[in-house]
Ligand binder design. Structure first.
Ligand SMILES: Cc1cc2nc3c(=O)[nH]c(=O)nc-3n(C[C@H](O)[C@H](O)[C@H](O)COP(=O)(O)OP(=O)(O)OC[C@H]3O[C@@H](n4cnc5c(N)ncnc54)[C@H](O)[C@@H]3O)c2cc1C
Length: 256
């Protein structure tokens, strides 16, 4: 009985959080800001890389739960009381289509506090590496901002179709401006020209091996964070393992 009580006490509970801002990021992605009242700030504290979960009842009565990684930092939560996330619109997607068509400031969402083992214990003398595609940048923005703030070094390879479809591009550029050589950001473009031929086209295992030979020395990186669709994440992980990398964290957004 005592054990049961202890268990139920620890079970995460749903909370109502208000949307304070909805911002256009690209033609198919939004940034949503949630305000966390002071009495819930400890409950919603998190480590960069973690995600929150929304629960919504559809018009037909069915319950939809979807997870979204936090793009903001624990410091922003402590100082401003806000959580920010990026939602990419999936055609006919139940939650993302609702967010795109209807979500507005003042709406209240049912939210489960941050969870997940895809997270960084940030230390100033480490070099964090990341390879992501599309909305997979969301947790990496949080990890990069928090790590750079402590004096760590961050390398990010970020793949998108075009510049216009790149989520959080201005925020990443701002981090680069602020932190100079400690933030090494390489945009890969699959359907438009990138900064070099090496970075133009799909991130196949062959292309990644070339990038690691010419642009990013994997021996300098202490810990890797990979985030995106199943196929990409597993392909990238295999190539990194060939280089001897062992500290590789993965987050899968979608498995077909
Ligand atoms: C831990 C975690 C963190 C996540 N963080 C983010 C985030 O930061 N930003 C973000 O935009 N998404 C994130 N996702 C994905 C998100 O949870 C949803 O799966 C996504 O928004 C689609 O939900 P939906 O209800 O709109 O679509 P659904 O109604 O679930 O799906 C509609 C159709 O799209 C397909 N589909 C579902 N998901 C995807 C996808 N991701 N890519 C392509 N096709 C898909 C389905 O097979 C179906 O055919 C995360 C997922 C996990 C597990």
């Amino acid at each position: 009985m005592g054990v049961e009580l202890k268990r139920s006490k620890r079970r995460p509970a749903w909370h109502k959080l208000a949307v304070s801002q909805v911002r256009h990021l690209t033609d198919d992605a939004l940034e949503v800001t949630l305000t966390v009242p002071p009495n819930l700030r400890e409950t919603f504290d998190f480590q960069p890389g973690q995600h929150i979960t929304f629960q919504r009842v559809e018009a037909d009565g069915s319950e939809v739960r979807r997870s979204y990684s936090l793009a903001s930092t624990p410091r922003e939560l402590a100082e401003q009381g806000t959580l920010r996330l990026g939602i990419k619109f999936i055609p006919e997607g139940s939650f993302s289509a609702y967010a795109k068509s209807s979500l507005a400031p003042g709406d209240v969402l049912e939210v489960l506090p941050p969870l997940g083992v895809f997270r960084a214990d940030i230390e100033p003398d480490r070099h964090y590496g990341s390879i992501v595609a599309g909305s997979g940048i969301t947790p990496i923005l949080s990890i990069a901002a928090a790590a750079l703030d402590t004096g760590a070094t961050v390398t990010v390879l970020y793949s998108n179709r075009t510049e216009a479809s790149t989520m959080f591009a201005p925020e990443l550029a701002e981090l680069q401006e602020r932190h100079g050589d400690r933030f090494r950001l390489h945009h890969i473009r699959t359907r438009s020209e990138a900064a070099s031929p090496l970075l133009t086209g799909r991130l196949t295992p062959e292309r990644l091996r070339d990038v690691l030979a010419e642009l990013v020395d994997p021996r300098e990186i202490d810990e890797w964070f990979l985030c995106g669709p199943y196929e990409m994440v597993l392909g990238v992980k295999e190539v990194l393992e060939e280089t001897g990398a062992s500290a590789i964290h993965t987050e899968l957004y979608y498995v077909e």
